[in-house]
Write a protein that binds this ligand. Structure first.
Ligand SMILES: [Zn+2]
Length: 363
């Protein structure tokens, strides 16, 4: 006997095949949902490719609502397969009667990095990792000495040689230092992984704009930024990058309970990083509100680094066939085709959204 899954096939079909179908579905769901007030489109200006790409924003509920849940997808392009499914599921449920308190509005940011989503990359069209881009570019750019030591090895075609250099680094400095060297953020190598950029990205410009447009600094905020690809398979980790003694971190713990992890406290699958999107929101959250990353784990950290570094080698070398193969591997890492994995994602996302809505309403 085949037992039914927890969610129906229709729900699992909300996971898109590609960026275009995801955007089409997001827009048609938005237009048919009576609770949706604003639909805004922000085309990508400097794309240099044949795809017409944009970030879409919708506002659900009363414009004057004091509480706002902000749900963001595709900060890391390819992770938009997961984020878009979570957003489509939420709009569908609202249409079907899922009630949000009257004092709460929802702001959905679809495809913050549309280029990366469309090309199955983490970075944007300038090679920027949005989640390393929120730094003050008027100051001296941060240094990542570990990255500089590993930079040459990252581009080695010979994987045996590459692993030898990586292992030597790990032996000398430890696993955490290795992960920070690779993924903590670097500002010197635009073709390399986890590059923070030298100027504001498309995604950052949009975030700063919508904070102003919707006066989000005047409201109580629950921000959930949906990511994937890091952590245990199918597990949705709620990560707080608020300083450990801040009210934001305490609120995250109150709203999301013991599931909250903290890179600063060392219990997260993520290490501390430079230039996170979080840092732009933290100052807006005084005594109420918090920002969390909802990170869905898939394959192992080693596989994560392999697939990302390979992607950067392929794009640097420019061989089209290799780029196509890399895109397939990226999609599978960041959004496994396994229905059971996808089901876990949507169930956990529903829980976290409910916790955020309750937190805003009752806390
Ligand atoms: Zn991510």
């Amino acid at each position: 006997m085949i037992l039914p899954m927890a969610l129906s096939k229709n729900v699992l079909a909300l996971f898109p095949d590609d960026y275009n179908s995801a955007r089409e579905s997001f827009n048609s769901l938005s237009k048919s949902c009576p609770m949706v007030k604003d639909i805004l489109s922000f085309p990508l200006q400097s794309q240099g490719n044949d795809l017409s790409l944009s970030t879409e924003i919708i506002w659900i509920g009363q414009r004057s609502a004091p509480n706002v849940l902000v749900l963001i997808s595709a900060t890391h392009g390819v992770e938009g397969f997961v984020g878009a499914a979570v957003q489509a599921d939420l709009i569908t449920r609202i249409q079907q009667g899922y009630l949000i308190p009257e004092n709460t509005a929802i702001l959905l940011v679809f495809a913050l990095n549309p280029y990366g989503f469309a090309h199955c990359r983490r970075c944007d069209e300038k090679g920027i990792d949005l989640n390393r881009n929120f730094i003050d570019f008027n100051k001296l750019l941060p240094e990542n000495k570990g990255y500089e030591l590993l930079r040459q090895a990252i581009y080695l075609d010979d994987s045996h040689q590459r692993q030898k250099v990586f292992q030597a680094f790990q032996l000398e400095h430890g696993q955490t230092a290795f992960e920070i060297a690779i993924s903590g953020g670097q500002y010197t190598d635009p073709q390399g992984p986890f590059y923070g950029g030298s100027t504001l990205s498309h995604g950052r410009t949009i975030i700063e704009k919508i904070i102003g447009t919707y006066q989000l600094d005047q409201r109580h905020l629950a921000v959930i930024d949906v990511h994937s690809g890091l952590g245990s398979y199918g597990h949705g980790e709620v990560i707080s990058d608020h300083p450990v003694d801040s009210s934001g971190h305490k609120i995250a713990n109150r709203w999301y309970g013991a599931s909250v992890t903290s890179p600063a406290e060392g219990d997260s699958s993520s290490v501390e990083k430079i230039g996170l999107l979080d840092y732009c929101w933290h100052p807006l959250m005084t005594q109420r509100g918090c920002f969390v990353t909802l990170e869905f784990g898939s394959y192992r950290t080693q596989a994560l680094f392999d697939v990302i570094l390979n992607d950067h080698r392929c794009w640097k070398a420019g061989n089209q066939q290799d780029i196509i193969e890399s895109a397939k591997a990226m999609k599978e890492h960041f959004c496994p085709a396994d229905s059971y994995w996808r089901e876990l994602v949507l169930i956990k996302a529903r829980q976290v959204i409910q916790q955020a809505v309750d937190g805003l309403h009752y806390d």
